[in-house]
Design a protein around this ligand. Structure first.
Ligand code: SF4
Ligand code: F3S
Ligand code: FES
Length: 249
């Protein structure tokens, strides 16, 4: 392996992982520390794989794309949410702590069920285009032309990879289990923008016009600070809040 060469030689990293297997009644949450030598361009993905291959085969964590696209490798890195596959160890101190994202069902160790949470949120908010009296053959209505600027705005919000970092970073989500978080509010903003979706502000108000939605947000901004896709979450939430206030009058 290509080790990072410094005057003192490659760094030895101490990686402490919060371990717990909720399926095992004997398991209790505890820290386990692993030592390994840092390599060139090492990411936490590479480090965790090395740990699993050479030291602890039972270690659980999720990765699919290794390129910041699938959203499956979110975890707390030194207490902050982030994508492990996009986190270079050279930007971290010698001692690193890794813990599962809070706010999601724990599968084991660093693996959490963000998919279940996202699916629940998506079903609750009905995140698909709603058209009244749409016939199966009425494809033209779904394929209606759209101004490129508007398509670009919608595309911008669709860049969400459902990693869960915004939920883990949000104080409101810690206090309210039913809070749909920035990921959910971003979805509403996306469908509100889409002229093919015939839902009105009054319809959206029934979905997010309460404390589990846009009025639960306390503008803590952790969501935007830790969104790995740099989505403009605070601006979307502020805009939605304005629309929902107007819809309530
Ligand atoms: Fe992840 Fe950002 Fe989407 Fe939240 S809004 S789930 S942080 S990509
Ligand atoms: Fe939470 Fe983001 Fe609002 S961190 S409180 S959803 S601004
Ligand atoms: Fe897909 Fe990290 S493995 S985002």
């Amino acid at each position: 392996m290509n080790l990072i060469a410094t005057e003192e030689g490659p760094r030895t990293l101490q990686i402490s992982v919060l371990r717990h297997n909720p399926q095992d009644t004997e398991s209790t949450p505890h820290w386990q520390t692993f030592e390994l030598e840092e390599a060139q361009s090492m990411t936490l993905f590479i480090a965790l794989n090395e740990i699993r291959q050479t030291m602890e085969p039972s270690l659980q964590f999720d990765f699919v794309c290794r390129a910041g696209i699938c959203g499956s490798c979110g975890m707390l890195v030194n207490g902050r949410p982030g994508l492990a596959c996009r986190t270079l160890t050279r930007n971290l101190p010698d001692k690193i702590t890794l813990a599962p994202l809070p706010g999601f069902e724990l599968i084991g160790d660093l693996s959490v069920n963000t998919g279940k949470w996202m699916r629940g949120m998506s079903e609750h908010l009905e995140t698909w285009i709603h058209q009244h009296n749409l016939e199966q053959t009425d494809i033209d209505r779904l394929e209606e032309r759209m101004e490129p600027e508007l398509a670009e705005k919608i595309y911008e919000l669709e860049r969400c990879i459902e990693c869960g970092c915004c939920i883990a970073a949000c104080g409101t989500a810690r206090m309210r289990e039913d809070f749909i978080g920035a990921a959910g509010l971003n979805q509403i903003a996306r469908f509100r923008l889409d002229p093919r979706d015939e839902r009105t502000d009054a319809d959206f108000y029934t979905l997010v016009g309460d404390e589990s939605g846009v009025f639960g947000c306390m503008t803590l901004l952790g969501c935007e600070d830790y969104c790995p896709k740099d989505l403009p979450l605070a601006a979307q939430i502020a805009f939605l809040r304005g629309r929902m206030v107007a819809a309530s009058l």
